[in-house]
Structure formats: C-alpha cells, structure tokens
Design a protein around this ligand. Structure first.
Ligand code: NAP
Length: 249
C-alpha cells in the first residue's frame, strides 16, 4: 500500500518551486492534494495536470493565505472536496530583500503576513477538522536556514521564518495529545523563482560555504515532507530539520 494512501493534503504555494515538488511527491505516495496558489492559476492547473497524468488526484484552489478568511476558505475547500484534511504543508512564502535602513513598512508587513501570519491562518483553520476526525494529523512548516543563521538584507524574512519555529514548537505542545505532529523544515539554497534574483555570482559564492558544495534539488525537500507526513514519523514532533547541504550546522 502507498505511504500516504487515503490521506488528504493541502500544500500552500504549490504552483511552482518547492511547493510544487512537495505536492507531486505527496501525490506520488497516494495522497489527494489541494494545490494552493495566489496569482499563478495557469501554473497551478499545470501541477494538477501533471499529478493526474501520473495517476494521482489533485485540485487547485486559489487563496491568498496571508488573509485570515481566505485561509479558512482554502481549508474548507479541501474538506468539502475530499471530506477531510490530514496533512497541512505551509510552504507559501515571499521575499522583499533590502537592508534595514532602507526597508519600508510595507516590505516588512508583506513578508511577515505572507510567511508567518499565513501559518497561523492555515493552522487555525486546519487544526479543528483534524481534531474532530480523531485520526491525528501532520503539520509541516517550511521555514529557512536563514531563521537560524540570519542574513544581511533579510531582517523581515529571517524574522518571519524564525517566528515559524517558535509558533510550531508551541503548537506541537498544544496538540500533541491529539496525535497531531508539527515540524519545521529549514531549507538552504534551492533553485526557484525566489532565489533566481540572486544571480550567478552569488550562487557560485554561496556554494563555497555549503559543505556538500552544491545547491539542493527540489525533491530533496519533498522527500523529507513525505516522510514527516507518513505514519513512519508518528513519534517526531516539534523538530526543526535542515535540508541545506550542511550550510547551517
Ligand atoms: P517560489 O518559487 O517563489 O514559490 C512561492 C510559492 O508561494 C508560489 O506558488 C506562490 O504562488 C506562492 N505564494 C506566494 N504568496 C502567496 C500567498 N499570499 N498565498 C498563497 N500562495 C502564495 O518560492 P520557493 O523558493 O519555492 O519557496 C517555497 C518556500 O520555501 C517559501 O516559504 C520559501 O521561503 C522557502 N525557502 C525557499 C528556499 C529556496 O532556496 N528557494 C530556501 C529556504 C526556504 P503565486 O505565484 O500564485 O503567488
């Protein structure tokens, strides 16, 4: 039997990048997956088509997860469509990089709302239906190695990603008795639209700092997500696990 057969997963920000890789990985293990996106509708439909072409089940749902009500609607769409929610992957994220001295209030607010408030919004909506079902659950939050190391030009991003860690450990303590686990993944460098802006020179420089000498490949985050989402990870909660080639150690 497939690792995640009979499970329903919601992956936020799954229209491309790491979120897409996670959605495809979960669907490949038999989960029915809700592909959340905010603006990229065509890309999200492409992910659905790719999953269906491989014999999986998926549906795309638009929701700006930085908005409380939209997140409620997203989780409701999942339970309306598939009858339950077992796995929530909070992956949606963005950057507005600049040094603190030139950072505008809206650059701070956008990053905190998209990366951190979204995690509160989606967990708040998903935990109740998970509890009601009495079958446990899995919450996996995508933070960043920057939460642990800091990064010049990313005070807003690092704060949002470090906030996810404190939030997740607290929630893990609140809902552990219901067999709902909450874990955090801190990726290092992965080639996506988010990191494209860094340019080739920074990419090459960054590789010198990574013990494994290369950027990660998107499935390398997704493999950990499918493990944490499975019954095999039932005794792991409140953990922060890096997939970063060793840069954050
Ligand atoms: P990406 O390619 O830019 O993808 C971001 C995804 O988030 C897109 O699907 C985007 O969809 C969605 N999104 C953005 N704002 C949203 C909102 N308000 N509501 C719903 N969806 C929203 O980024 P990525 O590199 O794959 O990053 C995925 C996650 O990994 C992020 O949390 C990021 O911080 C984290 N991370 C990435 C790296 C890396 O090296 N790439 C490293 C560490 C951590 P739309 O286009 O529809 O808005």
């Amino acid at each position: 039997m497939s690792l995640l057969a009979g499970k329903v997963a919601v992956v936020t920000g799954a229209s491309r990048g790491i979120g897409r890789a996670i959605a495809e990985e979960l669907a490949g293990h038999g989960a029915k997956v809700v592909i959340n996106y905010n603006a990229s509708s065509a890309a999200a439909e492409e992910v659905v088509a790719a999953i269906q072409a491989n014999g999986g089940e998926a549906t795309a749902v638009q929701a700006d997860v930085s908005q409380f009500e939209a997140a409620q609607n997203l989780i409701k769409a999942a339970t309306d469509t598939y009858g339950q929610i077992d796995i929530l992957v909070n992956n949606a994220g963005t950057t507005r990089d600049t040094l603190l001295l030139s950072m505008k209030e809206d650059q701070w607010d956008t990053v905190i709302d998209t990366n951190l408030k979204s995690v509160f919004n989606c967990c708040k909506a998903a935990v109740r239906p998970m509890m009601r079902r009495k079958q446990g659950g899995r919450i996996i939050n995508i933070s960043s190695v920057v939460a642990l190391m800091g990064q010049a030009g990313q005070t807003n991003y690092a704060a949002s990603k470090a906030g996810i860690i404190g939030f997740s450990k607290s929630l893990a303590r609140e809902i552990g008795s219901r067999d709902i686990t909450v874990n955090v993944i801190t990726p290092g460098f992965f080639p996506t639209a988010l990191t494209e802006v860094l340019g080739e020179e920074t990419m090459n420089e960054s590789k010198k700092l990574i013990p494994l000498g290369r950027w990660g490949e998107l499935p390398e985050v997704a493999y950990l997500v499918s493990f944490l989402a499975s019954d095999k990870a039932a005794y792991i909660t409140g953990q922060v696990i890096s997939v970063d080639g060793g840069i954050g150690m």
